[in-house]
Design a protein around this ligand. Sequence first.
Ligand code: 39S
Ligand code: MET
Ligand code: ZN
Length: 772
Amino acid sequence: MTSKSAAAAARATVHGYPRQGQQRELKKAIEGYWKGRVGADALRATAAGLRRDNWRQLAEAGVHEVPTGDFSYYDHVLDTSVMVGAIPARHRTAVAADPLDGYFAMARGTQDVAPLEMTKWFDTNYHYLVPELGPETVFAADSAKQVGELREALALGLAARPVLVGPVTYLLLAKPAPGVAADFDPLTLLDRLLPVYEEVLADLRAAGAEWVQLDEPALVQDRSPAVLNAAARAYRDLGAPADRPKLLVAAYFDRLGDALPVLAKSPVEGLALDFTGAAAANLDDLAAVGGLPGKRLVAGVVNGRNVWINDFERSLATLGTLLGLADRVDVSSSCSLLHVPLDAGAERDIDPQIARWLAFARQKTGEIVTLARGLQQGTDTIAAELAANRADLASRAGSALTHDPAVRARAAAVTDADGRRSQPYAERAAAQRERLGLPLLPTTTIGSFPQTTELRTARADLRAGRIGTAAYEERIATEIRDVLAFQEKAGIDVLVHGEPERNDMVQYFAEQLTGYLATQHGWVQSYGTRYVRPPILAGDISRPEPMTVRWTSYAQSLTDRPVKGMLTGPVTMLAWSFVRDDQPLGDTARQVALALRDEVNDLEAAGSSVIQVDEPALRETLPLRAADRAGYLAWATEAFRLTTGGVRPDTQIHTHMCYAEFGDILQAIDDLDADVISLEAARSHMQVAGELATAGYPREVGPGVYDIHSPRVPSALEATALLRKGLDAIPAERLWVNPDCGLKTRGWPEVRASLENLVTAAREVRGGLTAS
Ligand SMILES: Nc1nc2c(c(=O)[nH]1)N[C@@H](CNc1ccc(C(=O)N[C@@H](CCC(=O)N[C@@H](CCC(=O)N[C@@H](CCC(=O)O)C(=O)O)C(=O)O)C(=O)O)cc1)CN2
Ligand code: MET
Ligand SMILES: [Zn+2]
């Protein structure tokens, strides 16, 4: 350790904390408010109680400076839009009438007004609401939420640091408002936005903030010199006012790269950097720019994206090096702990030995405090923690769970041929046409039908022992019969069983695979009040027995039409789980792919002629830095082909993706070699169909004609118009008719009406084709 004074100052903090509460109290209160069962004051009281509990928990664990303003009723980017007054014109009346209801209207829309668009927060499974900006946007500061939450924490006697989305990231995440030219660049609004940030910062200073954190994760992506110049200007200007809080600029999820010297040279007082995974390159980069003399460095050495215990020795080595590179070094998570569940201690079903390898938000906080203490007072003061950490890491490395010789031998024996269908597409297509006998423009759905309260309650009753397995299975069988009867009556061509038995499209499979851990309480926010329990890829993956054959065969036994087998693909299984950090992702993907390959082959053997392997996460998992993309796409497409490569030529493989920025992965989509792909397209008016056609995509495509993210029922006329647009790009022999995505979050009345209209549209357009 080179600098005693820096070491003496080491403090523990986190960038943000899960918002929902141990029992998802926030979800229940907000959904209750929407249904009119919970009043606004009761909702506010629940929220304030959750914030207070979080801060107390952090302080009791030994965190010296707690974050504030990271709480949200829905999303922190939407909160930022409110903070800077970027309320879309269509929502202004609602916001003026009642700020809380107006806020939820922006998030969810109302009968008459569309919500903001939602998209993924970088490469996470968290979704934010996209700011809508234009040349006419007038910003105005509204610091009430930030100031209010800061005051709450200060009133508890805590040192608190407000956390805001930084101005550059805010603009880079925005899109042109409806009616504004598509080439409008929101970053041109920077000069108008900065004074608003200055005002908020001044308000926070007046309310008692010593430091304010500005999050700029968008700067870890490849950025042009123009963007880097904008960032330099932003932090030069924000640094200018005399009476402002000290500024801590945080960047995470990857290395800062070219943006590091820009921020290092800016007049801000501190940087918070990620030193985990690929972002560990920040360490050398920091040394190369001569460190951060005179600045505070908040070192994100505890990974905020995974659930594994920290390697204390490695972190202490990193921290030791950093001490020589900055004026003061504090210890933190790499990013907000929003992306991990709250407390591993709440899990009762995980083997106690394995539970020792796990750290959720609460445990990570403890690790940060321990590391800060070791840094500040010397490693001998944490000798017991270090010894326990070493033992737990050794137990993980040497465990039979993480090293299954049979799985490893099989993965090592994979050949190129395993990932190739036995015939080229053209020959397969002919064989499939012959076997399936489908009409032109065949209709289908993406898999799930409504996950009703009754279904979820039945599952909760089963878990709690209120009903037995037989009663639960009868409930599922009844649902499958109803779903099939509806589809037959509606005239759909390729049917699905509706996925009623699945709690989630990833967790359901994880629960049945060896080496995968499921959690009982490990909820993580996906968007708004929707949460997932990402399972944990803990060990080598194998499939003890078939996972879907029973319900799929049951469904097929009820009808003469083809029932699509329905699986979640290997890339999505990884993307929506917590992954191993002790082997390359591609190795884990291959193990999952081999387990799924057996399932695909078993479905085929049981009579499935159509099998869908969903890969909605293929695009979102694309690495943030372009240089890392080819490597990712190579293992990702290999895993998909390994999953699907073992079937007969006349078995039709479908895949599905729900997000719309396919531009960068068109080649990868082609490389999957799936026979049919369904895509989200309704809101973008079939734009993807055109992109695929232009790229020369040779196989069958189902661009969605029904936007399932809205309760609106599309009319047959609307669906017909979209289909005709699809036909402009894709020839009729290769065009399918389907919704954008699964129907699990929708209600039955809308689903019935919408699918009936979809079939009407397909028949209408088919009629026109055969007549001409
Ligand atoms: N993993 C994953 N990521 C994804 C998606 C996805 O489907 N899965 N889709 C995209 C959009 N994200 C979504 C994420 C969550 C939900 C969602 O509906 N989540 C549910 C929970 C789903 C679930 O796990 N359900 C379980 C447990 C349900 C539950 O909470 N049960 C209650 C009791 C029953 C009740 O009152 O509902 C309890 O146990 O206390 C089940 O069905 O068994 C929720 O927040 O409410 C939808 C879309 C992108 N990322
Ligand atoms: C998020 S993609 C969803 C695909 C899945 N088969 C479903 O319909 O729910
Ligand atoms: Zn989807």
